[in-house]
Structures are given as structure tokens and as C-alpha cells.
Design a protein around this ligand. Structure first.
Ligand code: HEC
Ligand code: HEC
Ligand code: HEC
Ligand code: HEC
Ligand code: HEC
Length: 389
């Protein structure tokens, strides 16, 4: 993060050093320091999105375009705290979440306090012995969704931008007592710190599943192929089976792209159709724009927990071949990627199905009707209300 002394330093209000008083001692460290003892958490966090919150290409392009210094509140909450301003470039680092107190999720966003006045690190356990490097802070709240929700809910000027917490709160996962951590921080058996006893219930810090494959667990796919007087009718249903909020989640510019392709027996593509699912924000003229320029929601085709999106595609009368359906996660929509000049858009296959079909015959089309269902692996959730040993 470039540090501009003239820019307003917006941090959690209570953590703001008192400008009038004497310089205050603050206790914050870089993740590398924590990683000297907490190697496992460090390795998992280092490759996670939280570590890139202030430095990803997409984020930097967005801030430059938005010209808004208040983005730091969630992306670099240590900005302006203490003498070590370079820590802000670590984004959502260890000392953000482990000093975070009194999170109050709400549409205003970033309502929390960072307790950096003392060398206490807050975590879920209440029976650990203090260590010379830091004391232990007992915070059962670290097992609750509010810790995440204070950043993962923001509706500036009434525009829904980040609503994972709100979606979760109003959906089936909150009722089932499954906080964000139950899917995003699954448990393992591990040492919490080098040389400490192996314990159960140690949360993974990569935040997208143990194997980094949470996106592949979100959706099930059903493809039904029928003959319609020689033409091919393809019905596609995509169901949100494993996410505790709507999919795609997060940034409104995220997209789930459904691609339907017809290939002939030799693999040549004959036809293709795509649909883009997500929350599309628009300006006064109805044009898709990034959230900081938006005045309203243009359309919202995200899939709520347990809900199904369906559409039908009709293709002219091909001979034999294969219907290929791919459901792909895309990190940012095409118009916004273009506007921000971001070329390297993240893509990931979430689900897919292949349905072969034969040529039309007197008795109808060979090998259809046919339905193929692709189910994702289970959510990989942690057992409900697991106690800590
Ligand atoms: C010199 C070693 C060392 C360093 C450096 C260190 N810790 Fe720890 N930490 C420990 C030990 C030991 C424990 C207790 C482990 C146990 O008993 O299983 C612990 C426990 C914790 C806990 C659990 C607290 C609870 O009550 O649940 C948190 C959170 C934590 N550390 C965060 C941090 C953060 C953040 C940093 C960097 C600012 C850090 N630690 C740096 C040694 C260290
Ligand atoms: C201090 C604010 C803050 C807190 C607290 C926070 N997050 Fe985040 N989170 C962010 C930001 C900012 C990003 C975007 C990082 C990026 O992609 O540049 C993010 C990204 C994510 C992602 C996207 C991962 C990916 O690979 O795309 C997930 C999942 C996530 N957070 C879950 C959580 C969960 C679960 C918690 C609670 C345990 C939590 N977050 C707490 C700010 C926060
Ligand atoms: C029942 C399991 C479950 C729960 C509970 C849950 N999530 Fe998720 N989350 C998922 C799955 C599966 C995905 C992947 C689908 C996607 O990217 O939209 C996901 C994706 C995300 C993403 C987007 C990551 C990306 O792919 O860019 C964010 C951010 C996120 N979750 C935050 C949260 C927060 C915050 C909470 C709690 C308020 C929460 N989640 C609760 C399962 C869950
Ligand atoms: C996005 C917020 C977030 C970030 C960033 C984060 N943690 Fe955590 N950490 C948590 C939460 C939440 C828990 C408790 C989850 C649970 O038990 O359900 C936790 C638990 C822990 C624990 C205690 C584990 C146990 O089993 O009791 C340690 C130690 C820890 N984190 C260290 C770190 C270190 C070191 C870093 C940086 C490399 C880090 N954390 C980064 C949110 C975070
Ligand atoms: C209230 C907290 C909050 C504020 C304020 C905030 N963000 Fe974020 N931002 C998040 C969270 C949470 C995510 C993660 C969502 C996801 O992964 O899809 C995120 C993700 C992003 C991403 C995607 C990053 C990536 O690498 O994929 C961009 C871009 C972004 N924010 C831009 C901004 C800009 C620009 C501002 C200021 C105008 C801003 N944000 C202010 C919470 C916030």
C-alpha cells in the first residue's frame, strides 16, 4: 500500500491513536514473526486471498479506479496503526483477526476494534497457558460468524456489495448453527505452535477448504438432453447444494459462467451458448459498472442456498456428437475486467457434464433422451457444535 500522509487514515475507530496524546505503544507484528511458531497457519494463510487483500492485481486496479482511501478499512486494517505502517501491505494479516474485538456486522461495514494496546492474541481456546511472546486471549467469539461478518457485509449508499454475512444469517446455515468457519476453516489434528502438544479442532487458514477446493463443492449440475423433432433440446439445472450463502459470493463482479457446447463425433465445435450468473450493478444509464460507480442493482441471478437455476437451450438438428456443459467460476465480469484493464482473470471449473447423442433415426434420435447428474463432493464441513479439547 502506498502510504500517503495526506490521505485520511480510516481504521477501526477505537484503534485510532490519540492524536493529542503522547505516542502510544502498540503491539503488532508481521505474519512472518507469528509464523516462527505458528508455521502451519502461516503456510496456509500465505497463499490465501486474505494475504493478498491489499496487493492483488485486481484490488490495486480497483482502488486506482475508485480513487477511494477508505477501502483500507477492510483490505488493510493495520494502515496507520503503530510505527510499522508496512504491515498494512500484508492485508488481512494474523494481527488483524487475532486482535479483533467486538465485531458488529452491519451494512455500514468494518465495525470492529483492534486491541493492539497489549501483547494479547485472541483465539478460540480459553485454557492455554500464557507464553513469553504473547499472552492468550480467551475469545469464544472467534468460532462465530460475526468475526467474519464485520468485513463480509457492506452496503455503501444502499448498494449491496458484500452480503455473505447477511445471506448466511437469513439462510439455512445460520439455522443449522453452522458459522462461516464450519465450511471455510475445517478442523485438523495438529500442533498449534511448534513444540506444543498435538490438538484436535485446529482450524485451516486457507479459507477455501482443506484442499483449496471449496468452489468445486458448491454446485450440483443436471443436464437433460431430448430430441425435439430432430433438434436437440438441452435443459441445464444448477443447484447450490453446499454454500451457506448465494453463489457466486463476494465481489458483485464475480461470475458463474454456464457454457453449453455441441461437438460432433470428431470433436469439432458446432455451436456454443453461455449464460453469466451473478449480481450485476449498473449506473443510471443501465450499463454494467464496478460497485463504486453503481447507482442500483441491474439484475441478480446468484443462486441462493438450496435454490436451483435452470435454463433450456435448443440447437439446430446436428448429427451425432456430444453435449458438453461446463460451469466455470470467473473472478471478474468481462466489462469490469476491460474497464480496469485486468487481463489475467481467475477461472476455475466448478462442475461439468458430458452427454453423448447419436444421429436422428426413424425411431427418434439414438441415445436420447438422457439425463446426467453431476454431484459435488460433500461440503467437507466440520462436525456441528464440536467442543474443543
Ligand atoms: C515464540 C513463539 C510464538 C510466537 C512468535 C507467536 N505465538 Fe501464538 N502461541 C504460541 C504458543 C506456544 C501458543 C499455545 C499453543 C498450545 O498451547 O497449543 C500460542 C497460541 C496462540 C493463539 C491461540 C490463543 C487462544 O487462546 O486460542 C493465537 C490466536 C496465537 N497464538 C496468535 C499468534 C499471533 C497472531 C502471533 C504473531 C503476532 C503469534 N501467535 C506469535 C507461541 C507463539
Ligand atoms: C478485516 C476484514 C476481514 C475479516 C475479519 C475477514 N475477511 Fe475474508 N476477506 C476480506 C477481504 C478484504 C478479502 C478479499 C481479499 C482479496 O481477494 O484480495 C477477503 C476474502 C475472503 C474469501 C475469499 C477467498 C478466495 O480465495 O477468494 C473468503 C472465503 C473469506 N474472506 C472468508 C472469511 C471468513 C470465513 C472469515 C472469518 C473467519 C473472514 N473472511 C474474515 C476481509 C476480511
Ligand atoms: C455451508 C458451507 C458454507 C458456509 C456456512 C459459508 N460458506 Fe462461504 N462458501 C462456501 C462455498 C461452497 C463457496 C464456494 C462458492 C462460491 O465461490 O461462491 C463459498 C464461497 C465464499 C466466498 C467467495 C470466495 C470466492 O470464490 O471468491 C466468500 C467471500 C465466502 N464464502 C464467505 C463466507 C462468509 C463470510 C460466511 C459466513 C457469514 C460463509 N462464507 C459461510 C460455503 C460456505
Ligand atoms: C481472517 C481472519 C484470520 C486470519 C487472517 C488469521 N486467523 Fe488465525 N484464526 C482465525 C479464527 C476465526 C480462528 C478460530 C477458528 C475456529 O476455531 O473456529 C483462528 C485460530 C487461530 C489459532 C488457534 C488455533 C486453535 O486450534 O486454537 C492460531 C494459533 C492462529 N489462528 C494463528 C494465526 C496466524 C499465525 C495467522 C497468520 C499467519 C492467522 N492466524 C491468521 C482467524 C484468522
Ligand atoms: C466493509 C469491508 C470492505 C470495504 C470497505 C471494501 N472491501 Fe473490497 N472486499 C471486501 C471483502 C470481504 C472482499 C472479498 C470478497 C470476495 O472474495 O469475493 C473484498 C474483495 C474485493 C475485491 C476483489 C479482490 C480480488 O483480488 O479478487 C476488490 C477488487 C475490492 N474488494 C475492491 C474494493 C474497493 C475498490 C474498495 C473501496 C472503494 C473496497 N473494496 C472496500 C471487503 C471490503
Amino acid at each position: 500500500m502506498p502510504h500517503d500522509a495526506a490521505a485520511p487514515k480510516v481504521v477501526a475507530v477505537d484503534a485510532q491513536p490519540d492524536a493529542a496524546g503522547p505516542p502510544r505503544k502498540v503491539y503488532v507484528h508481521g505474519a512472518g514473526r507469528c509464523g516462527e511458531c505458528h508455521e502451519k497457519m502461516y503456510d496456509e494463510w500465505e497463499t490465501s486471498a486474505h494475504a493478498r487483500a491489499a496487493s492483488s492485481t485486481l484490488y490495486k486496479a480497483a482502488v486506482a479506479n475508485a480513487g477511494d482511501a477508505t477501502c483500507d478499512r477492510c483490505h488493510a486494517p493495520l494502515e496507520g496503526i503503530g510505527p510499522k505502517d508496512h504491515l498494512a501491505s500484508e492485508g488481512v494479516t494474523c494481527d488483524v483477526c487475532h486482535t479483533l474485538r467486538e465485531p458488529r456486522p452491519g451494512p455500514g461495514g468494518a465495525d470492529f476494534r483492534l486491541a493492539v494496546d497489549d501483547m494479547v492474541k485472541f483465539g478460540p481456546r480459553c485454557d492455554l497457558k500464557d507464553h513469553y511472546f504473547h499472552r492468550m486471549g480467551c475469545s469464544p467469539e472467534h468460532k462465530e460468524a460475526a468475526v467474519c461478518g464485520s468485513c463480509h457485509w457492506w452496503e455503501p449508499k444502499g448498494i449491496p456489495v458484500f452480503t455473505e454475512y447477511k445471506d448466511w444469517r437469513d439462510g439455512p446455515s445460520a439455522k443449522a448453527n453452522e458459522p462461516c468457519q464450519s465450511c471455510h476453516m475445517p478442523d485438523e489434528k495438529a500442533m498449534i505452535a511448534t513444540g506444543s502438544p498435538v490438538r484436535t479442532g485446529v482450524p485451516h487458514h486457507g479459507l477455501i477448504g482443506l484442499a483449496g477446493d471449496l468452489r468445486k463443492r458448491a454446485l450440483s449440475l443436471e443436464v437433460a438432453v431430448r430430441d425435439e423433432g430432430g433438434a436437440l433440446q438441452v435443459s441445464v439445472s444448477v443447484r447450490n447444494v453446499n454454500a451457506g450463502h448465494s453463489v457466486p459470493a463476494g465481489l458483485p463482479e464475480r461470475r458463474v459462467v454456464v457454457k453449453v457446447r455441441i461437438k460432433d463425433a470428431s470433436g469439432t465445435e458446432l455451436a456454443t451458448e453461455t449464460r453469466q450468473l451473478g449480481r450485476v450493478l449498473v449506473d443510471a444509464t443501465g450499463t454494467e459498472v464496478p460497485f463504486w460507480r453503481a447507482t442500483k442493482v441491474g439484475s441478480d441471478t446468484r443462486i441462493a442456498p438450496g435454490a436451483t437455476w435452470t435454463d433450456a437451450f435448443v440447437f439446430g438438428p446436428p448429427a451425432g456428437g456430444t453435449v458438453e456443459v461446463d460451469v466455470v467460476y470467473r473472478g471478474v465480469s468481462d466489462p469490469v475486467a476491460k474497464l480496469l484493464a485486468v487481463a489475467d482473470v481467475e477461472e476455475m471449473l466448478m462442475s461439468s457434464a458430458r452427454v453423448p447423442f447419436g444421429p436422428p433415426t426413424a425411431a427418434g434420435r439414438a441415445k436420447v433422451p438422457k439425463t446426467i447428474i453431476t454431484k459435488p463432493p460433500p461440503a467437507g464441513k466440520r462436525p456441528r457444535s464440536q467442543g474443543l479439547p
